[in-house]
Every structure is written in structure tokens, then in C-alpha cells.
Design a binder for this molecule. Sequence first.
Ligand code: HEC
Ligand code: HEC
Length: 291
Amino acid sequence: MTRIWALAAACGLILAAGTAQANPKRVRLPADYAPDKWTLYGVHNRPDIGQVRYLYANKPAIEGAKREGGLPNGSILVMEVYKAKLDAAGAPAVGADGLFHKGDFVQYSVMQKEAGWGNDIPESLRNGDWNYTVYSPDRANKADTREEACLACHKNIGTSGDFVLSWDELVVKARGAVPTVTASTPAAAPGDPARGKALFTRCSNCHTADKSGKHKVGPNLAGVVGRAAGKAPGFAFSPALDRLGGHWDEARLDAWLAGPQKVAGGTKMVFPGFAQGQDRADVIAYLRTLD
Ligand code: HEC
Ligand code: HEC
């Protein structure tokens, strides 16, 4: 078990009291926050921790995500965390839209970016100028939030775009199109599966990788290295993947992870690609451990 998975429940739970590195009280859940006034840009089933999470962005964040160069100060992202409703067999009940049904509301997880807010956070944890906190269902700021736990997790896995883990979805919502990576570098060293496992959090919004075989937004990826492309049983592939043919050998996976649209134009995988060859090599090394 790596630290990431050991911590895996923490994001959606109210964290125990402790010394906060920064001041979680300065992050705001603004009084005008309402799900119908902000932009919903993603919904994540979390079968691993029995939750479903709704991701909202304020106007500055949406405007900022239309451009390159990171989000402006004043950007706020709110994640509404719900327990998943269980069916008679004790598994999360899934709606026709593929989403878990909302059960009890757990909390608001909030992050906000303002000038200089990262300055008092140690470099080892600092995520640019983002601060984090939790609001309870009655909209009270949880002053005992251990912000360093939020930072530790977001730091390790969230460097894709201004330290926002759900960056790709935010960009798709703001720009109405999947961004593509323009320049791509080759890997300098053999793939490192441990680093690849951490990077896989870029994939796990949409893919499970365990032997359960469960599909999410994308197909289950256990055993995908060497597998026939576009053939996972029980998954509805796009026509682009359906007619792709062949197998997922490492060279093809490398091309896929550099730019899915270039390998199969029209694919419904919303992922811009990893520009760094080392990131691709590390994720492929991790995928290879999943057989
Ligand atoms: C175990 C690692 C982990 C920890 C600890 C963690 N998060 Fe997250 N967080 C995630 C992941 C993964 C996502 C992507 C959404 C999802 O699928 O759950 C996310 C998404 C978010 C988002 C939506 C914006 C984004 O970056 O995608 C907010 C806001 C957020 N977390 C706040 C918090 C706060 C506040 C804390 C501390 C109380 C925290 N998180 C702790 C893993 C973590
Ligand atoms: C936003 C959701 C999303 C993200 C993020 C995502 N994928 Fe996908 N992935 C999909 C979807 C949807 C498909 C099916 C594509 C289609 O049918 O066109 C897919 C297909 C695939 C396939 C082909 C599987 C097969 O059986 O042919 C592989 C391999 C894959 N993804 C790997 C990854 C990896 C590795 C990552 C992370 C670096 C990742 N994906 C990130 C949604 C996603």
C-alpha cells in the first residue's frame, strides 16, 4: 500500500484535529455559492471509498481555464462530497447516467488561490498559492482541518495544470474542447511503476485498474498491456476505438498517452496527453504490474 492509497479516504472525510501549516480559515465558501449558480464541471464516482463527488468552479476559475498560464487569483473550486447510496447487495446503486446516487451529504472540500497564500507553506508541501479547507454541511468552516494532509496529497499527484487534479475536465468545460499536448519528449530512464501508480490518479477518475473488472467512464485497465484494443467486454467503446484493431503494446500505449486523439481521432477519452515521456513510461510500467 502506498501512501496515496493509505490516504485515499482522507479527501472526503473530515480530517482529525492537528496543527495546520497554513490558515485553513482564510479559504472561503462564498455566501453566494450555490450549485445552480456555479459551473458543474465534473462528477466522480469513487467506488474505492463509496462516494460520489460533484465539482464546481466559480467564474474566475472558468474564465482562467479558457487560457494557458494557470488560474487567476480569486479562483475557488468546491467539491461537494456525498456518500453513495447502496443497493440491496450493499454496492453503490448506479443510475442510468452511470453515476452513483447521492446519499448523505458529507462535506464541502474547498480550495482557493490568492496572491501570496503559498508563502507560509513549506516548499515540500506548497501547491503554488492554493489553500485548502473543509466546510461542514451547515456551511461552517472546519477550523480543525489539517491542511497539510490536503496539500500532501494534492502536491504528489496534481501537477498537471496549476495543481488542480481535475484540470483536464475544467479545461474541457471552459473551452468546450479537449486540449492537446503539442510538444512531447522521450523518456530518459526505464519506467518506474511506483511513480506511475501516483500518476495514475490522472486516470483513476475514469478508470479502475483492479481485478474487479468494473468499468467507470472508461474501461477497466487490469491487464491492458498486450490486450486487444477496444474490446473490453461490457464496455461501450466509441466507433473510433471500436474500429482501431490491434493490441495495446508499449509503443502504442506510449503514443496513446501522448495524445489519444492522434491515435484514434474521435475517441471519447478526455485526456490531453502527457507531454513528458517519463510520465508515460512510468504509467505504462505501472499498467504492466496489473496483470
Ligand atoms: C488521498 C489524496 C487526497 C487528499 C488527502 C485530499 N484530496 Fe482533494 N482530491 C483528491 C482527488 C483524487 C481528487 C479528484 C476528485 C476525485 O476523483 O475524488 C481531489 C479533488 C479535490 C478538489 C477538486 C479540485 C481538484 O483539484 O480536482 C478539491 C476542491 C479538493 N480535492 C479539496 C481537498 C481538501 C480541502 C482536502 C483536505 C481536507 C483534500 N482535497 C485532500 C485527492 C485527495
Ligand atoms: C476523463 C476520463 C478519462 C481519463 C482521465 C483517462 N481515460 Fe482512458 N479512456 C477513457 C474512455 C472513455 C475510454 C474509451 C475510449 C473510447 O471508447 O473512445 C478510454 C480508453 C482507454 C484505453 C483503451 C482501453 C481498451 O480496452 O482499448 C486505455 C489504454 C486508457 N484509456 C488508458 C488511460 C490512462 C493510462 C489514463 C491516465 C493517464 C487515462 N486512460 C485517462 C476515459 C479516460
